[in-house]
Write a protein that binds this ligand. Structure first.
Ligand code: C2E
Ligand code: MG
Ligand code: MG
Length: 728
């Protein structure tokens, strides 16, 4: 824009509206200029000129007024005279620099000394013009100041953007779940993000300038040497290298690295200068925490080789260890033992207390078993209630027997589960290398066979394998399938053994005893198949059949005219804990039109003790309906007698081992005498079992025994013969 206004030197008339804003031309710059001069004519002429150039203008005739106006409006440029009465230009500048730093200052002064010019520039003036000044010069200076100011503004904006971007980048890097690092060309940390603190416990400052290998677990340093300070780029660079990094205990000074370490996965590439020769500048890398994944992997490996309930090795790991131990034993010509342990009656416990309690029991038992062993032994859980034990360092049979005894001993004390006392015992079979088997399979199989053998013989004990067991084992396996067939094809029969009042000779009642008419083997006695039936759970089906059959027979007796006679049946533990135990019995009685007091239930004292909590309430219910309860094989089981009072009992059946001890009528068999005395005290009836000779009978008569049972008084006979006996 060209000016047509001449430059006046300051003698013009004073301007009206000196402090009013005056708009410039339509194409005016948007910049606002404040003209500060005590010379009114100068103010005027400069204003006219600037308006013509398109600026917006204000005027002030003193320093004070100038500051006032600065505080009231936005002024881009102040055109400032130095020599003014009152506050001079230099003083205005001091205040303006402090209070209005946004406003650019150009000095327009008659003052021409070098000192005042430098002074003004030092105070922040952007240019210095001398009065009078050519319009073009003023216009050029104003524009150049505005231009400079715009540039500065742009730089500021750029700077702010840069800062924001830097902050964003920082945020992303520092909040990365991975450690991000850079090394210099010597392998020292030149950058590391905040993650290093939360993951490993270092502060950034501690690490910067330190060599990276100090952070790596000593065993992984070899692997880390090239990967961590990777020099390669592209596809050849390191990716997913697994390392362990040392953690830093924050309570201790830097040097103290913990032995604790964290597994990470490292990926890194080399950094090179942009120049053509591409000088190596360092490494950029990422370290990812893979603890979670490692833990999951470890868990999976553990699960593959262990039983999760007891945390013991499983069958696969046991076989592995056994194979190893065998090859060592072969090399060293040493012995080893394999034990097969099976919990007795676990099925019954599990069914009666529930599976959670069963699990707890297994855990307690597993830890008790473990306490009997040495570090080199392997105890594994190989089935529900089955455990295998490998003893790789034994001197002979005695050693193995000693450990088996120790195990049985450890398990004697009851286990308390949910407030119930549970008694557990084990049947243990033992096979020795090399005598009882040379291979893994043979040893385990033979130990298993020995275990079955002890199970069949009353459980709670151990037995070594012997060759003749093979035949017996085959029998046991066939017994189980045989029982199923027997149930289907009605091969069972009840025999009846009389219980006699030995003073009067009157038949008081009968005990029902089961017999199995095997199509090939003839009659099989219960001692041979009841334990197998109990172990397999088949006993409940047998028990149901016995109950039904017994009730049918009782009905026959009523019809036959001996309604007084009592029939006793034997119960196993599994029956006692059946869900419908009481209702099953009461319904059977009802179906056959019988009153409860014709039926007596024989339960051994061991079973009563073990199932005490369940037994008490269920038997109460039955007793309330008149059903009689007898303790079978009394005297040989647990010595705790408290249960006698807690249960609704009617009868004690003295075990026949006590009766067979009686040699003559005057014998002072203190136990039998004591039992009679106690029974009288508790108002219980006593049945003497296994009376085989007159001496025993005489002895019992002397004790006023009213009921006795035994071969002397009658063998177990068929139902028909039993009825004939009752008739007599
Ligand atoms: P238990 O209940 O103690 O039955 C008495 C056993 O002693 C019977 O053996 C009987 O034949 C035998 N016995 C009787 N008098 C004499 C004698 O004077 N001398 C000798 N040495 N023995 C005599 P059995 O019938 O072989 O039964 C054995 C066991 O099998 C029974 O012992 C009982 O615990 C069980 N049992 C029998 N029948 C059943 C049944 O139906 N269910 C259940 N769960 N168990 C049964
Ligand atoms: Mg009995
Ligand atoms: Mg008995």
């Amino acid at each position: 824009m060209k000016s047509s206004v001449s430059w006046l030197t300051g003698n013009g008339p004073d301007a009206e509206c000196s402090d009013a804003e005056v708009e410039g031309s339509a194409e005016a710059e948007s910049a606002t200029v404040l003209i500060v001069d005590d010379d009114a004519r100068l103010r005027h002429s400069v204003r006219d000129l600037l308006l013509a150039y398109g600026f917006r203008c204000h005027s002030a005739d003193s320093g004070g007024q100038a500051l006032e106006m600065l505080s009231e409006r936005e002024i881009d440029i102040m055109l400032l005279d130095l020599n003014m009465p009152g506050m001079d230009g230099q003083q205005v500048m001091v205040q303006a620099a402090e209070r209005f730093p946004e406003t650019a200052v150009i000095v327009l002064s008659g003052e021409t000394t070098f000192e005042s010019a430098t002074e003004a520039l030092r105070r922040g003036a952007l240019d210095f013009l001398r009065k009078p000044c050519a319009p073009d010069e003023l216009y050029r200076v104003l524009n150049s100041v505005l231009h400079k100011r715009d540039l500065e503004h742009e730089v500021q904006v750029m700077q702010r953007r840069l800062e924001a971007s830097e902050q964003r980048y920082r945020f992303i890097v520092d909040n990365s779940p991975d450690i991000i690092y850079m090394l210099d060309e010597k392998g020292r940390f030149s950058f590391v993000n905040e993650r290093i603190g939360s993951l490993l416990g270092y502060s950034r400052e501690e690490l910067l300038g330190r060599h990276h290998l100090g952070l790596v677990h000593p065993e992984d340093r070899e692997k880390a040497r090239f990967a961590f300070a990777e020099r390669r780029t592209g596809r050849r660079a390191s990716t997913n290298v697994e390392l362990r990094l040392l953690c830093h205990d924050r309570r201790l000074p830097y040097r103290h690295l913990e032995s604790r370490s964290i597994p990470v996965e490292l990926s890194a590439i080399g950094i090179y200068s942009d120049s053509k020769d591409g000088v190596y500048r360092g490494t950029y890398g990422v370290l990812r925490d893979i603890s979670e994944r490692k833990r999951a992997e470890e868990l999976i490996t553990f699960q593959l080789h262990h039983d999760l309930l007891t945390k013991l090795p499983n069958r696969a790991l046991f076989q592995d260890r056994l194979e190893l131990a065998l090859s060592r034993a072969r090399r060293n010509q040493s012995l080893l033992a394999v034990m097969y342990l099976d919990m007795d009656r676990f099925k019954v416990i599990n069914d009666s207390l529930g599976h959670l309690a069963g699990d707890r029991l297994l855990q307690v038992v597993a830890s008790r078993l473990r306490s009997c062993l040495r570090g080199s032994d392997t105890l594994a859980r190989v089935g529900g209630d089955e455990f295998n034990l490998l003893l790789p360092d034994i001197a002979g049979r005695d050693d193995a027997a000693m450990i088996a005894r120790k195990i049985l001993d450890q398990l004697k004390a009851p286990v308390v589960i949910d407030g119930y006392e549970v008694f557990v015992s084990f049947s243990i079979g033992i096979a020795l290398y090399p005598e009882d088997g040379k291979s893994m399979n043979e040893l385990v199989k033979n130990a298993d066979m020995a275990m079955y053998h002890i199970k069949g013989r009353g459980k709670n004990g151990f037995e070594f394998f012997s060759d003749n067991m093979k035949g017996i084992f085959r029998q046991q396996a066939t017994i189980e399938s045989g029982i199923r067939t027997a149930l289907k094809e009605r091969q069972f029969e009840l025999y009846f053994q009389p219980q006699v009042d030995i003073c009067s000779g009157r038949v008081w009642g009968m005990e029902a005893l089961i017999r199995w008419h095997h199509p090939e083997r003839g009659v099989i006695l219960p001692d041979e198949f009841v334990p197998v039936a109990e172990e397999t759970g088949l006993i409940t089906e047998i028990g149901d059949w016995v109950l039904e059959e017994a009730c049918r027979e009782l009905r026959e007796w009523q019809r036959g005219g001996f309604p007084e006679a009592v029939l006793a049946i034997n119960l196993s533990a599994a029956q006692l804990v059946q869900a419908d135990f009481e209702s099953g019995i009461l319904e059977a009685l009802k179906r056959n039109g019988l009153s409860g007091d014709r039926l007596e239930l024989e339960i051994t004292e061991n079973v009563l003790m073990q199932e005490m909590d369940q037994a008490a309430s269920r038997l109460q219910l039955l007793a309330a309906q008149g059903v009689r309860i007898a303790v079978d094989d009394f005297g040989i089981g647990y010595s705790s007698l408290g249960y006698l009072q807690a249960l609704p009992l009617h009868t004690l059946k003295i075990d026949r081992s006590f009766i067979s001890d009686i040699q003559s009528p005057d014998d002072r068999s203190s136990i039998v005498t004591a039992i009679f005395a106690m029974a009288r005290e508790l108002e219980l009836e006593v049945v003497a079992e296994g009376v085989e000779n007159e001496e025993q009978a005489a002895y019992l008569r002397r004790l006023h025994c009213s009921r006795a049972q035994g071969f002397l008084l009658g063998y177990p006979v068929t139902a028909e013969k039993a009825r004939a006996l009752l008739q007599r």
